[in-house]
Design a protein around this ligand. Sequence first.
Ligand code: PLP
Length: 443
Amino acid sequence: MDAAKTVIPDLDALWMPFTANRQYKAAPRLLASASGMYYTTHDGRQILDGCAGLWCVAAGHCRKEIAEAVARQAATLDYAPPFQMGHPMSFEAATKVAAIMPQGLDRIFFTNSGSESVDTALKIALAYHRARGEGQRTRFIGRERGYHGVGFGGMAVGGIGPNRKAFSANLMPGTDHLPATLNIADAAFSKGQPQWGAHLADELERIVALHDPSTIAAVIVEPLAGSAGVLVPPVGYLDKLRAITSKHGILLIFDEVITAFGRLGTATAAERFKVTPDLITMAKAINNAAVPMGAVAVRREVHDTVVNSAAPGAIELAHGYTYSGHPLAAAAAIATLDLYQRENLFGRAAELSPVFEAAVHSVREAPHVKDIRNLGMVAGIELEPRPGQPGARGYEVFLKCLERGVLVRYTGDILAFSPPLIISEAQIAELFDTVKQALREVQ
Ligand code: PLP
């Protein structure tokens, strides 16, 4: 395709997700094609992808092996019902995902997104306790600034005010929230995991006591919170959450929609932090975002308890999606997981992390920088907001970077970086040099 000739389509009919629609449509930004580390815009400009799309294209864009697997599958078996029928690719994909999960989390439920994975995990937690004769365990504990997608369950355990505001009267009841772990006053510019903050996990004891442990089904956290601005867990924090949940018979869910599949230099954040939850939610890089797909990895005992408590012939978990384990998504997952292994992309992420860390922290001397946080191949730069105009500076830096050929992500005044794991050292330098220039140009 000649990207330079792509015309701007009529923009009116599409209500864009998580977008300032009027602002965007006044000055649209369209991506027409992609390859490796680069997007090409509708007017033919090359854009270095500093975010792996939306934290998801870990192996780089339009990888031939994945595209071919999807095309082959589309011509072989386009669709098969996942209820009471099956097809080989979904079983094979589940086996491959299970193989790289922490030991014991080897039962895989497929969904189509991170949001669906979260709501699925919450439902599995309820079904598990009910199967054990503890149906009174119905509460969920999330965390302030947590992002768990946009389903009614995920929104309720999530901790981002603006996402909840319009829906607040109808959120899933029975939730409470841990405090967020970010503390810029005591832990600014910490490289990797901050030393400060493990004690914040002790808040869980307080919340558990308030509600009584016997009413709580699960605690859900992102091991490293991405969407709310890259919040890295303090040293020892996740271990404490694991100890407290285990003590009270509460399930621990890690939402690894961003962190699974190499982002932290390991298959999962659980592996990186050496803390094993009972369930892991994932999506995004599971198949390099080639076809929508998500999954929940479940500890075998949790799965077996639910499945074995049902009467023979009965459906054990009344839950699933028309597209659970869709043949095209599953084919993409198999090809992607093979690619990750063949190119040792998780190992490559681990090796590149120190270079990435040094490069992002070199932005510290640029104007407006309030904090820099990083771990593995993910980083956030928090800017001082312009007085009276929160978010304006972040948006302008994003636009300046785009003008200069680099895609970064911004949430308010926080810039986030999560490039494909195939990024070169020269491209890492280009990414952050562009950010520095942009910061010097904005007010
Ligand atoms: N959970 C986490 C941790 C996420 O980062 C996201 C998306 O960024 C989601 C859930 C929701 O995923 P989706 O947008 O695929 O529904």
